[in-house]
Design a protein around this ligand. Structure first.
Ligand code: GAR
Length: 207
């Protein structure tokens, strides 16, 4: 018998994308189970949201670096995810770059949501980068994670307009709302095995 598709979610922040994913799972829109939530931030809202939903949630101290996990922390994340037998790792506002050993352990099975239309505006505060640049349209991107920063093959994108009176906050809120639609759609397609990858091109077998 096929075991249920198991998802591990990693996040550092308030966890609104996790909530959108968990709600989509609960509504039967994603044929999967969120098996574990891990965070590098002890007070992160994402852990509280997971615990409210009785999903195992764990803080793993990230170690001495600011933008990546140290070796012990990386091993602890990998072990927790392997012990939980996850099929897919979903980064939902996880603010550290994942490195070699982690990527090798879950090759092709890690996805991320980024708040811009990649390859424009990779890195931090992408909504602010878009506003400062003066683009008229931005959005969000769900992509596979590779060794670069926000550089992996693109699974899906959703656009939002940039309005003349936008502030960084109002634009970020509009992008967040788009993420909450796009990410569950992409994760559902992955769980249903409707996604295939040919080099940089990701093909949706059904839509
Ligand atoms: C989201 O906007 C996500 O795109 C961004 O962090 C936010 C997390 O919000 N991720 C990145 O910038 C990663 N480079 P959430 O905690 O409410 O889901």
């Amino acid at each position: 018998m096929n075991h249920p598709f198991r998802i591990g979610v990693l996040g550092s922040g308030k966890g609104s994308n996790f909530v959108a994913l968990a709600d989509a799972v609960a509504a039967g829109k994603i044929p999967a189970q969120i098996a574990i939530v891990l965070s590098d931030v002890e007070s992160a809202g994402i852990l509280a949201h997971a615990r409210e939903r009785k999903i195992p949630a764990q803080f793993i101290p990230p170690g001495k670096f600011r933008t990546k996990l140290d070796e012990d922390a990386e091993r602890a994340f990998v072990v927790a995810l392997q012990n939980t037998k996850v099929d897919l790792i979903v980064l939902a506002g996880f603010m550290r770059v994942l490195k070699g050993d982690f990527l090798r352990a879950f090759e092709g099975r890690i996805v991320n949501v980024h708040p811009s239309l990649l390859p424009s505006f990779p890195g931090l505060e992408a909504w602010k980068q878009a506003l400062d640049h003066g683009v008229k349209v931005t959005g969000c991107t769900v992509h596979f994670v590779d060794a670069g920063v926000d550089s992996g093959a693109i699974i899906g994108q959703q656009t939002v307009p940039v309005l003349d009176n936008d502030t960084a906050e109002s634009l970020h809120a509009r992008i967040h709302a788009a993420e909450h639609e796009l990410y569950p759609r992409c994760v559902a397609a992955l769980a249903r095995k409707e996604i295939s990858v040919a080099g940089r091109r990701v093909i949706w077998k059904k839509s």
